[in-house]
Ligand binder design. Structure first.
Ligand code: GLU
Length: 389
């Protein structure tokens, strides 16, 4: 389970359709922006938009990206870890000349050092993401071809990543790489696919190839080549996907709920991934409480509805254990009607998947009205609850 979606295609069909359709299949994941890069005989073009896939779709309708008739492309939905969820930080990211485009899922832990090095060498980096350095590194190594460049770039990266890239110099090639993050190949007839999971291409083929850890794949319409990071031929596993498209979205589980239960350890690890510094300490950049304000807190109230409320019941154990502060858990719909004791030294933590749960939002307003500090845990950047907290 990773939160963002990745799709790659090369074959005979219009790539824009295959890629956008694939992104749509991954839409249940929820995300901050969507983008696509197409490559053809007349070059490379990128379109990307903050917000839902619908925003990218309408941008593509009002201003279709050249190259016309491209049959190779990559697409991405982003779950931002570095840099706000804006158009500019949306993937794909390009090199200085706009001839190489990259999408990424995961975190490049050593991006800051690479960025300094690349800027020193004259590269212009325009986004705040950890991802963009990859496009410029590929540019540095471009002479040996895209696959070889990707292999050499991967040797310089630390962290977790699934990467896909296309280049104007190789218009029928998509190159992918992975470390600690999933990437699956879909094998077609005269066409091939890449996806962060099989849902991305299940509408076209059920023949899949699972890439191993630390491998690079070069996809051409009739050829799939896989090497490891040392450049040696790599061992992959072919398999047939027995499930239908809707089961594929559920990773083979009967229900989303079962899938989500099974993927909890991974979800927690992914959530922490961007927030643990080199020194192993937790870094919560979004939290605007000073150390003194944190020290002054003498009570924590967790407020939420439904499953979020139940998550709060578990959080209470952890918070009381580690923070040694009294912690209460409240159902949001009751909270504001029962005159809870709130002071400036109370921290109210609200939990909402969508960030729009009305009772929880009302609890935020009530707590703020009493001048309590409010922290929101939610899955949608820019939602009402995250903005008002
Ligand atoms: N770390 C990258 C970013 O913040 C990729 C995030 C993702 O996996 O979508 O842009």
């Amino acid at each position: 389970m990773t939160m963002c979606g990745i799709v790659g295609y090369t074959g005979q069909r219009p790539a824009v359709e295959v890629v956008v359709e694939g992104l749509g299949r991954l839409e249940y994941r929820g995300y901050d922006s969507a983008g696509i890069a197409l490559v053809g005989a007349d070059g490379l073009a990128v379109e990307k938009r903050a917000g839902k896939l619908a925003n990218l779709r309408s941008a593509l309708v009002s201003r279709p990206v050249p190259p016309v008739g491209a049959t190779t492309g990559i697409g991405h939905t982003r779950w931002a870890t570095h840099g706000a969820p804006t158009d500019r930080n949306a993937h794909p990211h390009t090199d200085c000349d706009g001839r190489i485009a990259v999408i990424h899922n995961g975190i490049i832990e050593n991006f800051a050092a690479l960025r300094t090095e690349l800027e020193g060498a004259g590269h212009r980096i325009v986004s705040e993401t950890d991802t963009e350095v990859v496009a410029h590194l590929l540019e540095e190594f471009a002479a040996g071809g895209l696959m070889e460049a990707m292999r050499r770039v991967c040797l310089r990266l630390e962290g977790a990543f699934t990467l896909l890239a296309v280049s104007a110099d190789e218009p029928d090639v998509v190159v992918g790489a992975r470390r600690n993050s999933p990437l699956v190949v879909g094998r077609g007839d005269g066409e091939n696919f890449l996806g962060s999971d099989v849902a991305a291409f299940i509408a076209y083929t059920r023949e899949a190839v699972e890439l191993g850890q630390d491998q690079v794949v070069e996809l051409r319409p009739s050829k799939i080549t896989v090497v490891d990071f040392q450049g040696l031929p790599a061992v992959t596993r072919d398999y047939h996907v027995g499930w239908d498209a809707s089961a594929a979205e559920k990773d083979g589980y009967d229900h989303f709920m079962l899938k989500e239960i099974a993927e909890q350890p991974r979800a927690v690890a992914d959530t922490l991934l961007g927030r643990i510094g080199q020194d192993g300490r937790l870094a919560l950049d979004e939290m605007r409480l000073s150390d003194q304000e944190l020290r002054d807190i003498n009570k924590i109230i967790l407020v939420a509805c439904g499953t979020s409320y139940h998550a709060g019941l578990i959080a209470k154990y952890a918070i009381e254990h580690w923070a040694q502060l009294p912690c209460e858990v409240e159902v949001a719909s009751e909270f504001r009607y029962r005159d809870p004791i709130l002071t400036r030294d109370t921290l109210v933590i609200v939990i909402s998947q969508s960030g729009e749960t009305m009772d929880t939002l009302m609890a935020v307003r009530h707590a703020r009205g009493q001048r309590s500090r409010v922290l929101a845990v939610c899955n949608v950047n820019g939602s009402t609850i995250s903005r008002e907290s």
